[in-house]
Design a protein. Structure first.
Length: 313
């Protein structure tokens, strides 16, 4: 705090306390004064209700005095007078640091039981999954939803569709290191709106949807020349690049025609933040275990995944 402001604050606080004490003792009962009088303040309500001008009872007066003395003692021990730090040296920053350290020590005891276990092993432990769900709600639900079913631009973690792969290792890497994906804007490279419409019709045909506008043969040729480098010649995507499968009607940003057209023309950018540095390996493993428990992970014992349909126009 600015020194001048600190002095002003100190003076104002002390003057207020002094004024309070003056007011209290000004209202005290003088020697020989009756505790009950018929003198009124002049205030009248409902025509006959009058306020008597009686002095404060002594017990009430001394209660106020004790409270004021306590306040002065508090201001000596704790900060409250400008830049004066108090005899105890208390600060909110230090208290927060101490409480955070105590919470961290408690969490270390909780999490140490789950160290040195793989995410797949933790997924079979109901208590570990419960903790993982709590971590998910606190760190991931804002984007993926409390039920992990995602939202436009944020993947559904309960199905079998994975942009970067759904193995336990791939899921753990996504949580720990994060992901960044970029779909370039292709409108100019495709020759303007007509080229976008051609590619749009071809892309929609990959998932069994036919559009009246656009040249599908021209769209296929453009797709092969430009888009297949990421999405593959068959349009089934590439988890190494985070390129989505275009044949299954599962659309990260929505599958409406206008939305897909916008994606082709102007591109998309998405980023999954890295959580390892902030949460640590054990918490990342517990989060991975929870995501695995949702049932969409690609485990060796599972048969080939079945795609679900959503976002139909």
């Amino acid at each position: 705090m600015n020194p001048t402001v600190a002095v002003i604050v100190t003076i104002v606080v002390l003057l207020n306390i002094a004024a309070l004490m003056y007011l209290l003792f000004g209202l005290r009962r003088r020697p020989g004064e009756e505790s009950v009088t018929t003198e009124t303040t002049g205030h009248v309500w409902d025509e006959d209700l009058r306020e008597l001008n009686n002095p404060l009872p002594r017990w009430w007066l001394w209660l106020f005095v004790i409270t004021t003395i306590f306040g002065l003692g508090y201001l000596v021990a704790y900060p409250g007078l400008g830049n004066y730090r108090g005899t105890l040296g208390w600060t909110s920053e230090r208290e927060h640091a101490e409480q955070s350290a105590a919470a961290d020590r408690l969490l270390e005891v909780t999490f140490e039981h789950y160290e040195h276990h793989s995410a797949l092993e933790l997924a079979a432990n109901p208590e570990a999954v419960r903790i993982g769900r709590n971590l998910f709600v606190n760190n991931c639900a804002a984007c993926h939803g409390s039920d992990a079913r995602g939202a436009p631009g944020f993947p559904n973690l309960t199905d079998h569709d994975w942009l970067w792969g759904g193995t336990p290792e791939a899921i753990g890497e996504s949580i720990a290191q994060g992901r960044t994906s970029v779909m370039p804007a292709w409108k100019q490279a495709l020759g303007g709106d007509a080229g976008v419409e051609d590619v749009l019709r071809y892309v929609m045909s990959l998932s069994g949807r036919d559009l009246p506008a656009g040249d599908i043969n021209s769209g296929k040729a453009k797709f092969t020349a430009i888009c297949s480098a990421c999405h593959g010649a068959d349009g089934r995507g590439n988890p190494v690049l985070g390129a989505p499968n275009l044949t299954d009607q599962i659309w990260l940003n929505g599958g409406a025609v206008a939305t897909v057209r916008e994606t082709i023309a102007n591109g998309r950018h998405a980023e999954m933040p890295a959580h390892l540095a902030r949460l640590g390996k054990t918490r990342v493993d517990l989060l991975t275990a929870y995501v695995i428990s949702l049932g969409g992970a690609q485990l060796q014992s599972q048969s080939a995944p079945t795609k679900t349909k959503q976002d139909a126009p």
